[in-house]
Write a protein that binds this ligand. Structure first.
Ligand SMILES: CC(C)(COP(=O)(O)OP(=O)(O)OC[C@H]1O[C@@H](n2cnc3c(N)ncnc32)[C@H](O)[C@@H]1OP(=O)(O)O)[C@@H](O)C(=O)NCCC(=O)NCCS
Length: 179
């Protein structure tokens, strides 16, 4: 099964702007590079995936047809304004999907993150996941509340687990959602 199995879906956000979600495609490379470069510098501190780094973008775009991933972009007139993925883990965690989500700064607080997250949960069901997890830095309160609203629950904390770009250590929280 390929990424194409996520059907494009369009919605009008709370602020009246229209956005379409569809699978990431190889032809999205330049738009994804622009999306990554325009993310706030602060996001680099908080995100596992460094979207400012072109190598990260190229790696994601090259995996657009990978069987155990679903990658979704939110597209508006100005280009890509959101990105999310769910990737199935391997071995004895193979029923678990790991997810990431990011929305352009000018598009936050309008419901796009929630729309993307719901689409990723649908994609996880289609991948036969029985559970989806999100790992994030403990201080990342806004990222956390959107998932808690969707029904994710705190499952654990890993102390001093990641070092950010500025060299600081942070705790990681793991949020889980049983499908
Ligand atoms: C987290 C993120 C994806 C949320 O996207 P979004 O489009 O703003 O999300 P929504 O508009 O659907 O917000 C859903 C709810 O989350 C909460 N929330 C979102 N941003 C918030 C903020 N800055 N402060 C407090 N609560 C916030 C609110 O409860 C909000 O509902 P409300 O607007 O009705 O009050 C976005 O802020 C982002 O890209 N952040 C950087 C990356 C990140 O943290 N990713 C998550 C970990 S992978």
């Amino acid at each position: 099964m390929t990424q194409q199995s996520i059907a494009p879906r369009t919605t009008t956000l709370r602020d009246g702007r229209e956005v379409t979600l569809r699978p990431l495609a190889e032809s999205d490379r330049d738009a994804m590079l622009a999306f990554g470069m325009n993310l706030p510098e602060d996001d680099r501190l908080y995100l596992e995936l460094d979207f400012h780094n072109p190598n990260t973008i190229v790696r994601l775009v090259n995996a657009s047809e990978a069987e155990n991933w679903r990658q979704v972009v939110a597209v508006a007139d100005e280009g890509i304004v959101g990105y999310g993925n769910v990737r199935m883990l391997v071995g004895w965690k193979r029923q678990v999907g790991d997810s990431h989500l990011v929305v352009s700064e000018g598009w936050r607080r309008s419901g796009l993150g929630t729309f993307l997250a719901r689409t990723l949960l649908d994609a996880a069901r289609e991948l036969n996941a029985s559970k989806v997890i999100i790992e994030m830095i403990e201080e990342q309160a806004e990222g956390r509340s959107i998932f808690e609203h969707l029904g994710f629950r705190l499952e654990g904390t890993l102390a001093n687990h990641v070092r950010d770009h500025a060299g600081e250590l942070h705790n990681i929280v793991i949020l889980g959602y049983q499908l």
